[in-house]
Design a protein. Structure first.
Length: 516
C-alpha cells in the first residue's frame, strides 16, 4: 500500500504539520475553558478506575456524544499528571495522522501526486491547524471522517471491498462517537451506493452493521442506562429549523445563505484565510470546474464521488445549522483532495496561474497560523481570552498577592460553575505553590471539581471574571454587587480579557452571608 519513498515524504509532511500545530503551545496558546476542564476531570476519573459510558452533552438537549473522547484523552492526562499541555500534544498527533487517509484517498482516486499534495494542503491548512489543538470531542472526527471517506473510496474504486466496508464502518462509528450529528453521513453513503449502482452483499451488510454497532456500543449502553433521551433530542433537532409550518416560509432564504456561507468557509478557513471574497470566488470556480469534469472528463466518476460528499453537509443546515459549528469535521479530506486534483490536472495548461494560486494558498495558510494561533483556537472559542497563558498568569497573580490564606469567587460561562478554575488551581496552583485557595461563590455541589470552603483565616479575596462573551452583563454586575457587600476593591488587573479584582474585607468574616 505504501512505498518507502511515500512513507518518507509523508513523514516530512507530518513533521512540518506538527510543528505548525505545536508552535505556540509552549507559550500557553491553548484554549482551555469549561468544556476542556470537564473533559479533563472525566479523563482523570477514568484513569482512576471509574468506568464511564456517557459522553458530553450535545448542543441539542437530550442528545449526547459518545464517551470515547474521554478514553482517548485518558492516556495523555495520565502521562502528564493532568497537564493540558500533554493532552494538547496528544490531540495534535491524532490530528496530523489524518494525512495518511487523505494521501490514500487522493492516490486511489487520482494519483500519488494528488495524494501528496492533498496531504500537504491539510498539513498547512489554517482550519486543520486550529482543529489540531482544539481539545474538544469533534476534533478526532477530522481523522475518523477521513477514514470513513477512505473506506468508501476503497469500496467503490478498488477490488478491496472488505477493507472498504471495514474502514467505512469503523470511520462512521467513530464519527458518531465523537460528534453525534455526523451520523448524517449515512445519507451520503446511501446516495453514493445508489448513484454508483453498487449493491452490497449480505455478508458486507453484516460486517458493516456489526462493526458500526460495536463502535457505538457505549452510546447504546448509555441510552439503555440513562433512558432514551435521544427521542426527545431528535424531536428537538427536527424542530430546530421548523416550528409552525405556515409561519416559517420566509426562512428558506436565510437557510440557503447559511449553507453558502458554510460552503465558502471550507475553502476560506481551510485554504485561503486572508480574503473571504477571493476564497468564495475560488471555491465556486473549482467546484464549477469539478461539476463540468464530472460530466465530460474521463475522471467523471471520481469527481461525482467527491462532489456528492462535498455537498452532503447541506443535509443538516435546515435542522439548526447555526448551532453545529463542527459539522465540517472530516470534510477537510474531501476539500483537500478536490483542490489538489484541480491543481494537478490544471497545471499542464495553466502553469503560471496554478503556481501562483498554490503559492497564495501556502503563504496565506502559514501566515494565518503565525498570526492567530498564538491567541489560541480562535476559530472555535467563544471566550477567546480563555487560554492557558492568560489563565495561569491570573492564577499566579492571586498567589503572589493573596498570601497563604485567600479565597476566590468566579464569574463563569456556564454561569456559577467553577469547574474550570477548580481544575486549574488543583493542577497548576497546587503543584507550584503547594496549596489551593478557598472558594466563596455559589454552592458547587453536583459539579466537577472542588476547592475548600471559605474560612475565617481568609483575609484577601479575589473575584475572577471570565471574558464576557456568553455571559449576560447583568450577572456580572450582580456578582460584583454581592462582593461589594463585604469587601472593597484594592486593585484590578486584566489578563487578556480575564479580569481579576483583588479585594479586602470590610466586615468581619462571621457577619458575611456567603452563598453556599
Amino acid at each position: 500500500m505504501f512505498k518507502r519513498n511515500e512513507v518518507l515524504l509523508l513523514l516530512v509532511i507530518a513533521i512540518f504539520g506538527l510543528v505548525l500545530r505545536l508552535l505556540f503551545l509552549p507559550s500557553g496558546a491553548l484554549t482551555f475553558g469549561y468544556d476542556q476542564a470537564r473533559d479533563g476531570y472525566s479523563a482523570l476519573e477514568i484513569v482512576g478506575g471509574h468506568i464511564k459510558i456517557q459522553g458530553p452533552s450535545a448542543s441539542t438537549p437530550g442528545l449526547f456524544h459518545g464517551v470515547l473522547y474521554y478514553y482517548l484523552l485518558a492516556p495523555a492526562y495520565f502521562i502528564g499528571n493532568g497537564s493540558p499541555y500533554i493532552a494538547g500534544v496528544w490531540i495534535a498527533l491524532v490530528n496530523i495522522l489524518t494525512i495518511i487517509p487523505i494521501f490514500l484517498l487522493g492516490k486511489l482516486l487520482f494519483s500519488s501526486r494528488v495524494g501528496f499534495l492533498a496531504s500537504f494542503l491539510f498539513a498547512i491548512s489554517f482550519d486543520a491547524v486550529q482543529y489540531g489543538l482544539w481539545m474538544s470531542n469533534p476534533t478526532p472526527a477530522v481523522f475518523s471522517g477521513a477514514l470513513f471517506y477512505l473506506g468508501l473510496t476503497f469500496y467503490i474504486f478498488s477490488q478491496k471491498k472488505t477493507m472498504g466496508v471495514v474502514l467505512a464502518s469503523i470511520g462512521l462509528g467513530l464519527c458518531t462517537q465523537f460528534e453525534i450529528f455526523l451520523g448524517y453521513l449515512f445519507i451520503p453513503l446511501i446516495i453514493i451506493l445508489a448513484v454508483f449502482k453498487t449493491k452490497p452483499t449480505f455478508r458486507e451488510y453484516l460486517i458493516f452493521i456489526g462493526l458500526y454497532l460495536l463502535t457505538i456500543s457505549s452510546m447504546i449502553l448509555s441510552y439503555i442506562k440513562f433512558g432514551p433521551t435521544f427521542i426527545g433530542g431528535f424531536a428537538n433537532l427536527l424542530n430546530a429549523g421548523g416550528g409552525d409550518p405556515f409561519g416559517n416560509w420566509r426562512e428558506f432564504s436565510p437557510t440557503l445563505e447559511l449553507y453558502l456561507n458554510r460552503f465558502v468557509e471550507y475553502f476560506y478557513r481551510g485554504l485561503l484565510p486572508f480574503n473571504v471574497g477571493f476564497a468564495g470566488a475560488i471555491a465556486f470556480f473549482i467546484t464549477g470546474t469539478a461539476i463540468v469534469w464530472a460530466q465530460k472528463s474521463q475522471l467523471k466518476k471520481q469527481f461525482t464521488f467527491l462532489l456528492i460528499l462535498l455537498f452532503s453537509h447541506g443535509i443538516l443546515i435546515p435542522f439548526g445549522g447555526n448551532s453545529t459549528p463542527f459539522i465540517n469535521a472530516g470534510l477537510q479530506a474531501i476539500v483537500m483532495v478536490l483542490v489538489a486534483a484541480f491543481l494537478a490536472l490544471s497545471y499542464r495548461k495553466h502553469k503560471l496561474a496554478i503556481s501562483l494560486l498554490l503559492a497564495v494558498i501556502i503563504l496565506s495558510s502559514i501566515h494565518a497560523t503565525l498570526k492567530y494561533n498564538g491567541q489560541g483556537q480562535t476559530v472555535f472559542a467563544i471566550q477567546r481570552g480563555l487560554t492557558l497563558k492568560n489563565e495561569l498568569a491570573a492564577i499566579d497573580y492571586t498567589y503572589k498577592n493573596g498570601g497563604q490564606d485567600f479565597s476566590i469567587n468566579t464569574v463563569t460561562s456556564p454561569l456559577w460553575i467553577n469547574t474550570l478554575w477548580a481544575y486549574l488551581y488543583n493542577w497548576y496552583g497546587k503543584e507550584k505553590y503547594s496549596f489551593v485557595p478557598s472558594f466563596h461563590g455559589r454552592n458547587q455541589a453536583g459539579y466537577l471539581g472542588s476547592l475548600p470552603k471559605v474560612s475565617d483565616k481568609d483575609k484577601t479575596f479575589f473575584l475572577i471574571i471570565e471574558p464576557l462573551a456568553g455571559i449576560p452583563e447583568q450577572f456580572v454586575q450582580e456578582t460584583i454587587n454581592y462582593e461589594d457587600t463585604y469587601s472593597v476593591v484594592l486593585e484590578q488587573k486584566d489578563f487578556g480579557g480575564i479580569v481579576v479584582q483583588k479585594r479586602s474585607l470590610t466586615k468581619p468574616y462571621l457577619k458575611i452571608n456567603f452563598i453556599q
